[in-house]
Design a protein around this ligand. Sequence first.
Ligand code: ACO
Length: 711
Amino acid sequence: MTQANKPDIKYLFEPRSVAIIGASHSKGKIGYKMVENIVYGGYKGKIYPINPKGGEMLGLRAYTGLDEVEGDIDMACIVVPAKYTFDAVRECARKNVKYLVVITSGFSEIGNRDEENQIVEFAKENGMRVLGPNIFGIYSAGGKINATFGPKDIMEGGVSIITQSGALGIAMIGKTKAENIGLSSIISLGNKADVDEADLLEYLVNEERTKVIMMYIEGIKEGERLICKLKEITRKKPVVVIKSGRSKRGAMAAASHTGSLAGADEVFSSIMTQCGVLRAESIEEALNWCKFFTEIPAPKGENCVIITNGGGIGVMCADACEKYGVELYDDIKTMKDAFADAVPPFGSLKNPVDLTGGAAIEDYERCIRAALNHKNIDSIICLGCEAAVFDVDKLPDMTESIFKDKRNLKPIVFSFVGGSRLEEKIGEMRRRGIPVFPELYSGVSCLGAAYRQFRYSKAQVEPDAVVDIDADTINEVIRGARADDRTFLLAHESSRVMEAAGIIMPQSRVARNLDEAVKYAESIGYPVVMKVVSKDIIHKSDAGGVALDLDNKEEIIDAYQAIMRNCKAYKADALIEGVEIAEMVNIKAGVETIIGARIDGSFGPTVMFGLGGIYVEVMKDVTFRSFPLTHREAVKMVSEIKSYALLLGVRGEKKKDINEVVNTILKVGAILQKCSDISDIEVNPLIVYEEGKGAKALDARILLTKSKVVE
Ligand code: ACO
């Protein structure tokens, strides 16, 4: 299928006609339910139930085959058993159907991958695209079509759900309704044999009903395409994601540190952040965020004020704000200016503003309105404990009058704690569409999500960083290794690659014999390090092939003889090419970091940065990004590790050369991107010196792809 004969995704969401192949006369069957939902949902296009017996179904003529239908068909829902599915797809091809919605199970999810692939290939060759198989269907408010076998009453609204799990998706239709959350669409992806998230986002990005998109993801197939789409859409509307499968299994199979640190989930999380996607921890959190996004205006600034009648919950809320990245406003002049008339003299005008336990509902209203009217305040969190004069019966009307006031263009979150009467009122407020939460952390988490979206969508668009490296030299090194039938580079080859990318390594030379070793040590200058060079010995330290801190000629001679002896004992038939003599670097003068890059199975080229050295695998203080990336994102990457303070300088130490770290990340990423034979790069440790003094890569390991890419 070429771009030219690919049907527009709009026909999946807004088909002008739909056929149901496998439409059943029996009420209990999925094929009946599909027709019923389409009819009941008020679909305005043409409906063609297809059943070998023909007849009539819910007042519609049932056709014995697609060939009998006269008009064009945009979408065909296939609800026949797996063994008849390919025949149905062939029928669709003859009729030039655009989208196939394959409900049927029994394909790759049970190992029947070949038939699934054949169906998709055939469909594509015939200009058709496949949603599914193994799905519950698609609902689209834009097309006024409920082509699912889920509930027939779907509440219309601003949330679009894309789900890989069918059962969860069907449950979500009921759950959203119970939570008073309206849907603009819900799409089941099932085995994702063809149409995937990126295709659907193509439509949703400009679809006006959709205010927020929620995705439930189990696995990613074409990550690079998805990244591009997500980066585009999150500038316009929020995307909330829930991902299952935090398994480390894939990571264990990886060959390098970078690989074993790149637990699939950490990579996923980091890349979602890079794309501006909001990752929720649970279904409840995701739904809370989605509801919030459809109900509240977007923040216009960072200044948030808490209004409370209890000091304790005020402090807890301040903790929650820190956790979720909500900035509390603390300009005391503005606070006095805004609240002096609304807060009693024994209350607090500092943030959290404390109305004290004697506050009545009217006091709250006055204080909230004061915050809404002040130009320096951008968002409000209103908290309350059910105290003596706190009349819970008045809460729904008070909160509604504030929240639904058209002049209120600021986000506001309510959270109240109290007895069963209050709980009842909270339920009533939620039904009225007021953003109220029984647990303040849930409310602040919503505001935090709104702020992350605000910052991402407002950040200036920046092009990806472009780094100049000498790719010709690197490819020449790779060709040498390939000629030697290796899928890894030797230390001196890796050093050449680093040099070609402008990454500084300690001075080093490969000595073929003892005389050369002495000569090179003296020209580099003592102290030096000596390492064995042998393609048969990868773990040099384990083989006793490394000697550190050699200070003079005698120590060189001793070390050379010891290394030769140890390595022969370690692997008698190892071919030893010589030893590498390198400048001995003072590790203590800087901070040890690690930089890696690898081709991730889901997302393609990725880079990693973290705290390095011997504790790297214990600490796992690392972060990831997809590559290419912007300079700003590389800076953010460096600042988000837990040990960032070490780079800023602790206990009177000077700040380290963070710029050089950022440049090295970009260079390592560029090597991977421009030299397609490379699968893994690991620079560990990269010693980062004081600001302005650069960084040095002490070791670099480079692995090649199993099969040759560049000739
Ligand atoms: N063209 C048109 N109609 C046909 C054809 C054909 N080539 N072949 C059969 N039919 C008709 C049948 O006559 C029957 O109609 P009838 O009941 O009036 O006689 C109808 O199609 C259905 O065929 P059945 O053989 O009765 O199949 P059944 O309904 O039992 O199952 C189904 C079909 C639902 C597709 C099943 O094979 C299946 O895959 N079920 C699982 C679906 C699923 O769970 N998907 C994932 C959802 S996500 C989640 O997990 C919730």
